[in-house]
Design a protein around this ligand. Sequence first.
Ligand code: EPZ
Length: 418
Amino acid sequence: MEKFYVQGPTCLNGEIFISGAKNSALPILFATLLTTKPIELQNVPSLSDIDTAIQILRKLGATIKRSSSIYIDTSTVNNYKALFSTVTTMRASIWALGPLLIRFGCGEILLPGGCAIGKRPIDLHIKGLRKLGAEINLEKNSIKAQIDNQLKGAYISMESISVGATITIMITATLVSGITIIKNAAKEPEIVDTANFLNTIGAKIKGAGSNVITIEGVTNLSGGVYRILPDRIETGTFLIAAAVSGGHVTCFNTLPNLLNVILSKLYEAGADIKIGVDWISLKMQGRPKALNIDTAPYPGFPTDMQSQFSLLNVVAEGKSIVKETIFENRFMYIPELIRMGANITIRSNYAIFQGVNSLQGTKVKATDLRSAVSLVLAGCVAKGTTIIDDIYHIDRGYENIENKLTSIGAVIKRIDSK
Ligand code: EPZ
């Protein structure tokens, strides 16, 4: 298994070019199943989750070429069953079900997996598809969907906010006759990006980014070219790298207005922040101030930045509390930080921090994608050597992470400990 070997403490200074957003590229890749015309996607990050999605599409019969862009031709798709093991390695696979159903009148996928941050049920996805008129049956390890009578647009009021279920319903309703209204929709920028992509190829989606999305079904979609949104979580992660190491990092090819709540929290921590149209620069003199954080659906504080801000609180001056309200098991990395010398107490979905002067390098284990990078950053600021195990989590969501970190002064090496 590959590990990262990190030497600290280092002060992280330099320039980072942000990649495209994983959580935009994934739904958009699966949404290409809705059309038979050629699609070119630009700014798609090179990540293992993207490779998995491409693999699934190819096994369904799509023809996909990758150079600086990804070229997708789904006219060759001839299989409505995504029953390959790769489907279970990634939560995003669920987004194949709706398009397969629309395309073939039936679809079947293995139950999608994901990381260990929570049970990750898919009941809201299923309820949404049933509201559109689909017949859904949960088999032992798979989900079967079929259209007995024609699907019709529906009024769907989400019982709770779900990024994934909002996307499932939105992309499926694109080709369902009539009007579909999604009430209490999730508002993440990646949902807006998916809607913008679909509208580029002929869909009629309004209100994405608000809590009411209206989709007027069309009969077919065309082809086109689309550029994926920059990754706001990667941006936030590299800003935190500067904030926790007393450094100065500038992120280019990003969109500051996607990070409003993250930037206001970093200001509160005492960072000196400058922003331009497509760049953000953060400088931290000395230790950050401690911050109280409650995660929430967008535009609230993103749960995908929870572990990075927890690391800030670990090295900050003062006491703070982080409350995780989205996932039930997203503090798995805390014991690893405590082994590095952090002073943290967990009470149900709260973590209480007392900032410490320094951390000590040791062996730690990554548990999920976002906290894995926080352990790497902890290694960058800790005294001595930190070895992070199970780094396959990181490769799922961060493109070229060791090169990007090395470019800002980290001492990091990928070692393969067979
Ligand atoms: C998406 O996951 C993202 N993944 C997650 O990013 C992100 O943390 C999450 O949205 C919240 O922003 C992708 O986009 C691939 P949800 P998703 O449906 O869609 C519950 C990362 O690191 N729920 O908004 O799974 C669910 O258990 C990943 O990039 C149901 O109960 O999130 C959770 O408690 C991690 N039933 C809450 O809703 C359902 O049918 C929010 O989940 C669906 C969700």
